[in-house]
Design a protein around this ligand. Structure first.
Ligand code: SF4
Length: 69
């Protein structure tokens, strides 16, 4: 038996652009956070219900480092 297809939203952050400003964390706190060293940690595949928050996070990123697909 195969697992049912669950719609996901895929996030990619270009770490060469990311400066760790953290604006994305405020827009989609279930997906992005900064670790204790100030390094961005994120969930690459999230439930589709997070899509609007993730798109907002991409919009506010001052480095345009976030790609959503
Ligand atoms: S808002 Fe952009 S630059 Fe700031 S931590 Fe998020 S991805 Fe990195």
């Amino acid at each position: 038996m195969t697992a049912p297809d669950i719609p996901v939203v895929t996030v990619y952050v270009d770490r060469s652009k990311c400066q760790g400003y953290g604006q994305c964390c405020f827009e989609a706190e279930d997906v992005f956070h900064l670790d204790e060293d100030g390094k961005l940690v994120y969930v690459a595949d999230s439930d589709i219900s997070h899509r609007a928050d993730i798109v907002n996070a991409a919009d506010v990123c001052p480095m345009q480092a976030i790609t959503v697909s």
